[in-house]
Ligand binder design. Sequence first.
Ligand code: NDP
Length: 411
Amino acid sequence: MDNILIDSKPIMTSLDFETVQNVAILGATGTIGIQTLDVMSQHPKRFNVFALTANNNVKSMFALCQQHTPKYAVMLQVQAAKELDAQLKAASISTIVLHGEQALVEIAAHAEVDTVMAAIVGAAGLLPAMAAARSGKRILLANKETLVMAGNLFMRAVEEGGATLLPIDSEHNAIFQVMPNQRAKSLEKMGIKRVLLTASGGPFRNASLDDMRVVTREQALNHPNWVMGPKITIDSATMMNKGLEVIEAHWLFNASADQIDVVVHPQSVIHSMVEYNDGSVLAQLGNPDMRTPIAYGLGFPNRLESGVSSLDLVKIGRLDFLPPDFERFPCLRLAYDALKVGGTAPAILNAVNEIAVEAFLADRIGFMDIPSVIESVMATSVIEEVVSIEQLTKVDTEARQAAKLWLQNHV
Ligand code: NDP
């Protein structure tokens, strides 16, 4: 399989910084969306906010439209779009408001868009990201669920559509930064033995299994190092986030499960590493602030000012490393298992996880019910080879139904 981020051709020759890039931010009201706008605002001559999208957060979207006056604003929910439209008209802001899934897809593929920041949370990000890939955009991919669900289809679309794919997840961005400039089609050809994803370990890094059974939503949302949306924050607490990242790394870097290791690194200063055949380990370091990978993606192959403060290693003093605990964090093991099984298994893992996290955030289930429901549904699901987005949509829907049923019967 020869999917690779940017192949061996020179990257970004088409991006000329003399011209302003039109950027569409999918998931603009989220933490990644807001930080993307922050970085872009530092470089107004280079970037134009062409389109912003959200689900239903009218208040935040209105504020963003006031500040950035995009040509388009897309809300998934029709009622939210109507309210936004009325508010913008009342404020004499000329942004065109669209709504619905199809509009998200059309904006991602819009002829005037150069760059798409794919930062919708969850499976909902898949179709717009696919559209951006097929239409050859420069894609800044934060939505890891796209690769988890449909890695083979997405990487093929990137290649066939002539898109440029830049990973924004800090770990994959770090790995990307320490790989050779001219990327070969496999780790072996680049002389790479393995990639090492670092993990903070989340808020329950030192908690006992008994304590983890009774943790609250608020405790789980209290991430020690990163400020993120609620879904990924819970994923970090269960370490499913790292599991999803293992699958993401598989597709991005053409790495097998046994070429991807996880190391717990509580300070989140090293964002990930690559080990070469000669024993060299190259790492990317920085303060834990997503504006660094976002600026990297926006500016690539140049470096842009991001607003992130300098790393003060003396103040940090020490960097610690620990092995991951697969017993207290079964979600990480389940993700490795899904990757090894392949086919639709990662899409099922992702769908059940989304339902479980939603239920945990609504205080309907306990923290350790999250891996239980995933394990049970995975064990009883039929795994198929991935052939189409339509098939994945069906698999996703069925897995969600199975998860809901399991939770009804067991919790
Ligand atoms: P947030 O929850 O903060 O934001 C999610 C965004 O997606 C919001 O704009 C939201 O709109 C929109 N959205 C939610 N549901 C839908 C839907 N069904 N259709 C269309 N839009 C929708 O998430 P994050 O910014 O934290 O994360 C975004 C993605 O980036 C995730 O895939 C995450 O895993 C990934 N990521 C995030 C990192 C981080 O530091 N936050 C780090 C690395 C990766 P609304 O506000 O209206 O609900």
